[in-house]
Ligand binder design. Structure first.
Ligand SMILES: [Zn+2]
Length: 274
């Protein structure tokens, strides 16, 4: 299997059961992968080591028969070994099975959802009771909050508010390491809502917002802008972010004349000490 197809293969396999149940990958399924690719899936938690296989596919005959693995423990100075026997193979009665061949890994939609939530900086999602979908969390863009869900529609789709993207379009392997284009997920979250279908989304919050004083609204905007700036410019430090916010029209005194807040006044707002 070419490296370029590994990601598609993993996502398609996880999709297969149609619900949230675990999928098991055997050593034979991953035998053409680079070791680093496998390591990356395990390190990122998408694959988790599972108990060894009790049967393997026979390579002795041409029937691809499934044979039980017999395991002999070390005895009388002879090392432990595993083997299978195949009734369709007439030359050798037994075939040794190396430890690597019985290795297995487990994955599921939930494991993928945890990976996505972690990449988005969200808390770990709860396991889902709904078949074929996991609630990843909520992300906040300039146009409000968006629910993020990982759904099995025959393929794995990430729903972000009203928008969606196939997981295979944003998850990829580069240099045998697993990556996800979170900026594309944020971009969907930042889109304006097309209709009023989600208007009943957070009615209480909307009400609260109306009642907020001008200062509260301004501070809220400053915090939101700071988070937004940090997201689009991950290398900016706090000082740079504050300097940028100070230029914004909403960062002004809320009483008296229109005058911008100083850098020293923005700092405590960001620290929650205003
Ligand atoms: Zn066989």
């Amino acid at each position: 299997m070419p490296v370029s197809e590994v990601m598609e293969y993993v996502l398609a396999s996880i999709c297969q059961p149609g619900d949230n149940s675990a999928v098991v990958f055997e050593a034979d399924d991953t035998r053409n992968w680079e070791q680093e690719t496998l390591n990356s899936f395990v390190a990122d938690g998408v694959l988790k080591q599972y108990k060894p296989a009790v049967t393997v596919t026979c390579r002795g005959c041409d029937r691809l028969c499934r044979r039980p693995v017999v395991r002999l423990t070390a005895i009388n100075g002879k090392p432990a070994r595993r083997f299978i026997t195949c009734p369709y193979f007439d030359q050798v009665a037994t075939m040794n099975i190396q430890e690597q061949r019985v290795r297995r890994w487990r994955s599921s939609i939930y494991r993928l959802a945890v990976y996505v939530s972690d990449a988005l900086g969200l808390p770990k999602p709860k396991p889902s009771r709904t078949k074929g979908e996991v609630h990843v969390g909520q992300i906040r863009g300039p146009n409000g909050r968006r629910k993020v869900k990982l759904v099995n529609n025959g393929k794995l789709v990430l729903q972000v508010g009203e928008g969606s993207v196939a997981l295979s379009d944003v998850m990829f392997l580069d240099d045998n390491a697993l990556h996800i284009r979170t900026e594309e997920i944020w971009a969907i979250a930042d889109e304006e809502r097309s209709g009023a279908t989600e208007k009943s989304y957070e009615p209480c919050k909307t009400k609260q917002k109306e009642n907020k004083s001008a200062t509260e609204t301004r501070d809220h905007n400053i915090l939101r802008e700071a988070r937004w700036l940090k997201r689009v410019n991950p290398d900016w430090n706090r000082k740079r972010i504050i300097a940028e916010i100070a230029k914004q029209p909403f960062a002004q005194r809320t009483s008296g004349e229109r005058k911008h807040l100083s850098v020293g006044r923005i700092e405590p707002i960001l620290s929650g000490k205003s």
